[in-house]
Design a protein around this ligand. Structure first.
Ligand SMILES: CC(C)(COP(=O)(O)OP(=O)(O)OC[C@H]1O[C@@H](n2cnc3c(N)ncnc32)[C@H](O)[C@@H]1O)[C@@H](O)C(=O)NCCC(=O)NCCS
Ligand SMILES: Nc1ncnc2c1ncn2[C@@H]1O[C@H](COP(=O)(O)OP(=O)(O)OP(=O)(O)O)[C@@H](O)[C@H]1O
Length: 210
């Protein structure tokens, strides 16, 4: 297999690219989904999150209320510190689930894509080596409009999320492959298909990854 890190700023188009890669034949591990799983009812992150952030952040059903937590870590008075503490709780649990998820493909010739929104931010803390890093990019204004129009965030919530993430230039410094997430979707899919073919040939020539 080869392991690919797929990243990009919020609402750049990562999940859309990931879905196309999956359609092409890649195996995709979605870190946002795993991070939701760890704080859903019964998840291993629920206890530590509620201990740290208080039972006000509970959803009343044994899980965490993500919008209450988002208000704290992206817009609260101690947002940076809170976000750091949340990341320290959630990320190791997510990495554990990701390692389990990719186990069936370790010996094969699959293209295994880890969709990691914060790949650049976490640096060497992530316990995986990526053979390639694929970056999806779109200008901030496009991303803000997507968050406001499609996710019902206020403009200031959208700006806060972008502000809590790293810069495009630091993401670029880490990237091997680039997809423009603001181009027309059909064109974007064509570039994703071309990249998949490249990755697939690489995977067929590989026998392992650590
Ligand atoms: C704060 C939480 C509860 C908000 O949930 P919500 O459903 O509103 O957002 P969702 O999880 O769908 O995330 C949407 C996007 O927000 C951005 N984002 C999420 N967490 C963070 C963070 N800690 N720092 C910066 N950006 C973040 C990412 O671009 C992500 O793709 C949730 O995002 C969370 O648990 N975050 C911490 C875990 C994390 O770092 N997740 C990212 C992948 S590991
Ligand atoms: N090339 C494109 N043209 C128009 N709309 C697009 C394009 N790519 C993605 N979108 C739309 O933009 C929105 C954000 O895309 P997507 O959910 O893939 O982003 P993301 O980077 O995964 O976001 P997040 O960081 O929140 O997980 C979606 O509604 C998606 O349909």
């Amino acid at each position: 297999m080869i392991r690919v890190g797929l990243t990009g700023g919020i609402a750049a188009g990562k999940s859309t690219v990931a879905a196309r890669l999956a359609q092409d034949g890649a195996k995709v591990i979605d870190y946002d989904r795993l991070s939701h799983e760890v704080i859903a009812p019964g998840g291993p992150g629920v206890g530590p999150v509620l201990d740290r952030f208080g039972t006000d952040c509970g959803d009343g059903q044994g899980g965490v209320d993500r919008s209450a937590l988002a208000a704290r870590v992206f817009g609260g008075p101690a947002a940076d510190r809170d976000r750091e503490d949340l990341d320290d709780i959630i990320h190791p649990l997510v990495y554990e689930l990701a390692a389990k998820a990719e186990q069936p493909w370790l010996e094969g010739s699959e293209v295994v894509v880890h969709e990691v929104p914060l790949l650049t931010e976490v640096g060497s803390a992530i316990p995986f080596h990526f053979d390639r890093v694929l970056l999806v990019e779109a200008p901030s204004q496009v991303r803000i409009a997507r968050m406001v129009n499609q996710r019902h965030m206020t403009p200031s919530q959208a700006v806060e999320r972008i502000g809590s993430q790293t810069s495009s230039s630091s993401r670029r410094a880490q990237a091997d492959l680039l997809v423009d997430g603001s181009q027309p979707i059909e064109q974007m899919f064509e570039s994703v298909d071309r990249i998949y073919e490249e990755l697939k040939s690489l995977a067929q020539g590989s026998s392992h990854s650590d």
